[in-house]
Design a protein around this ligand. Structure first.
Ligand SMILES: O=C(O)c1cc2cc(O)c(O)cc2[nH]1
Length: 341
């Protein structure tokens, strides 16, 4: 009876059944390394499965091997390259979707949020938050009015087995802003900033880049995706009737970014659409009153008296206009009380 062989036995048998080879008469244990190598090269490929059916040869190199340079592999590589380019744009702009003017317009208002939690006690939270906001504004090429930073300091935190100074920072942004290469660069630069601002080495810091799709983020009661849909509907113009009693369906014609500008309320600045992560590391000039552009900041005196709702500000700008004594922004190292490293 033919019992199925185990894969190991099948392989061993295949190695030993090289009758045509002159080396096959000598037991393997008595051969030199070179002989064993020559014998192996003359040996037909091992049958890797039992049952008598031979498998096709495995032609692919194992993972980690340098890619082969024959035409077949090259064609594959080109295809793979094209696929990954499609994946990249798919990731950035939504799979299979066009990058409409409505999307660009709403994405232009995208906010980058950083949530910092640390066990360090920061005596000047205002300075720390403001400096980090400007740093992120540079990193993500967003106006500071589109950056939100929250800080929870003096937290009870056990980090990597100790209570020594440490932090966790979660950065939420659109997936297009948190691409792997951008993250690599920003990881180093943001942790360097944290070391300077907080005195905590990158080893004691954890960054989390959290891509937040348009469906999962909302402002003014609308998700970003909802806002895009709405704008796209507004932008599609009615089709000219082709016949009496025609359907009058909308064409869904896409308008340019320029034509969309008419939908923007006059008080909202035109968004920057610069790509992320290519800027140098220089921080933008920091205005005396954060939340205002540097040029305007010089003209404006700090607010006095209690905060009143005199003019409508963006919800982000309100974060920076605090009543009390901490209005003036003074760049420099943050003073840390307690157990800073
Ligand atoms: O999280 C954001 O960046 C975000 C959400 C959101 C929603 C919305 O309706 C907008 O117009 C902009 C916007 N940005």
């Amino acid at each position: 009876m033919n019992r199925p062989l185990s894969p190991v036995t099948a392989t061993k048998n295949a190695l030993h059944s090289t009758k045509s080879s002159p080396l096959s008469a000598t037991p393997a244990s008595k051969l030199s390394f070179a002989d064993r190598k020559a014998k192996k090269e003359n040996t037909p490929p091992a049958v890797l499965v039992e049952g008598g059916r031979s498998m096709r040869n495995i032609e692919r190199p194992p993972p980690g091997d340098a890619p082969r340079r024959d035409g077949k592999s090259r064609a594959k590589t080109d295809l793979q390259r094209k696929r990954s380019a499609i994946d990249f744009f798919g990731d950035a702009f939504g799979v299979g979707e066009s990058n409409s003017a409505a999307k660009e317009r709403v994405r232009g208002d995208a906010i980058v949020t950083a949530e910092v939690k640390t066990n360090v006690i920061i005596s000047d939270e205002f300075t720390f938050i403001t400096e980090l906001s400007y740093h992120l504004s540079t990193r993500y090429q967003r106006p500071v009015s589109s950056i939100v930073v929250t800080l929870h300091h003096g937290a009870c935190m056990f980090f990597g087995g100790s209570f020594d100074a440490a932090y966790i920072m979660s950065i939420f942004a659109l997936p297009s802003q948190l691409q792997p290469t951008t993250n690599k660069r920003n990881a180093a630069l943001i942790q360097k900033h944290m070391e300077e601002a907080l005195g905590v080495m990158p080893e004691r810091g954890l960054l989390r880049f959290v891509p937040t799709p348009e469906e999962n983020t909302a402002h003014k009661g609308k998700t970003m995706a909802g806002e895009i849909d709405e704008l796209e509907r507004m932008c599609s113009s009615p089709a000219p009737p082709t016949e009496v009693g025609g359907s009058g369906m909308r064409t869904g014609r896409k308008l340019s970014v320029k034509s969309l500008a008419s939908f923007r309320p006059p008080s909202v600045p035109v968004p920057e659409l610069t790509p992320p992560a290519s800027a140098d590391e220089t921080l933008p000039p920091i205005p005396a009153s954060p939340g205002l552009p540097p040029a305007d900041a010089e003209k404006v005196k700090p607010e006095e008296g209690p905060k009143t709702a005199k003019r409508k500000k963006s919800f982000v700008a309100t974060i920076f206009s605090r009543s009390g004594s901490k209005k003036e922004y003074k760049p420099g190292l943050t003073t840390i009380r307690g157990e800073g490293s």
